[in-house]
Design a protein around this ligand. Sequence first.
Ligand code: F6P
Length: 470
Amino acid sequence: MDSGNYGKYDFIVVSNRLPVDRVAEDDGEGWRRSPGGLVTALAPVMSSSEGAWVGWHGAPDETVEPFEHDDTHLVPVPLSEEEVEFYYEGFSNATLWPLYHDVIAPPEFHRNWWDAYKAVNRRFAEATAAIAAEGATVWVQDYQLQLVPRLLRHLRPDLRIGFFNHIPFPPVEIFAQLPWRRQVLEGLLGADLVGFQRASDTSNFLRAVRRYTGSLIKQHFVELHDEAGRRECRADTFPISIDVARINELARRPDVVERSRQIREEVGDRTILLGVDRLDYTKGIGHRIKAYGELLEDGKLQVEDTVLIQVASPSRERVESYRLLRDDIEASVGRINGTFDTLGKTAIRYLHHSYPTEEMVALYLAADVMLVTALRDGMNLVAKEYVAARTGVDGALVLSEFTGASDHLRQAILVNPHDIDGLKERILQALNLPKGEATRRMRAMRRQILQNDVEHWSQTFLHALAAGRG
Ligand code: F6P
């Protein structure tokens, strides 16, 4: 590419979704914040840099011109209805997602899905190549775009390319199932730096690279030979976090504090257990509800003085396993409420909605115990948000040991969610935590996340990317 053809952006984030989604509204089309932890983490990074963000705008068969949003230049990448089905719902969320999450649901392997994945990854790489300034830094995000680093390097060898995987990277014995495992690894190795949430993800990736590409690996560096000659790709661990200051600030805002008081009043001033998740089978929502239902049945908890609020935000609703999960969860909630509700009090307040951050923080403030019982989770930002919101240095966090967050929040009440009896014990332990112990645990967790917020995550990654090996 000659210099006249370079774009003007020095820093570009590329992710499957843009930070906002196109939605139909009564009075015309509008935009809404996209779901999930990725956007939660990257939005503050972008608002502090004048960069561009390349991603899908969430609606099929629609071409949207680039536009400005919160001081960021957004470049929408169009997807056809069939690509949404094959690339997004299919390969990304019915092949890679279950494969990378310990095959909790069986992954499906279809060649036409793989073809769509390749085509869409190419489109993302081309859209990025067209707007990047000479020598720009490009940061590609997550499992939907694993082929982009290599495609982009081919188009624009001048770029500094980083990739961050927000979800787990599976053990090689599971990754081995993927018919296109070598191509995926080669796609990722197109980056100068590949980042993972946990040390175990990094070592799983390096083992897979050793086994399926035959590349030489020295500690965290993979030696490669391509068009540009010899180069290295570094793989390392960069645990993601949240915008701690923003959550802290919201948790102190009088209207949010007042809203949390209202929430408590609305549920009849009972002890509140809280779950907040995308409605996803990786989150262990069913295990949590089962444990809670059994505690009611055993008479260890009473509906008169305890309530479980479960926020389950709608997610990937056209994917079969998500539809089945929803039926399952709603049947369990119905059964438990049918058995234990009184006319005035309900056992589980189940909310199939997404809420703005203000409402979430009010819920965190209102909750005596936060339940994070994921069966597998790259990080889990909800756990970190709960801790950040507890400005009173109280409350209790029950946290699955299968989350990345459990590496850092060691003073949480850690649990194996598959062990329902253990989970019941941990819930009771959290409900009966002596005040002094609750404060000690929460203080230590707050210290941890205050020192490691999302700014620290992005700066550490971007410094490593800029530095290369030296
Ligand atoms: O963090 C994992 C992730 O899959 C993100 O890549 C994604 O944006 C988010 O969860 C929500 O999922 P989806 O974009 O499929 O609604």
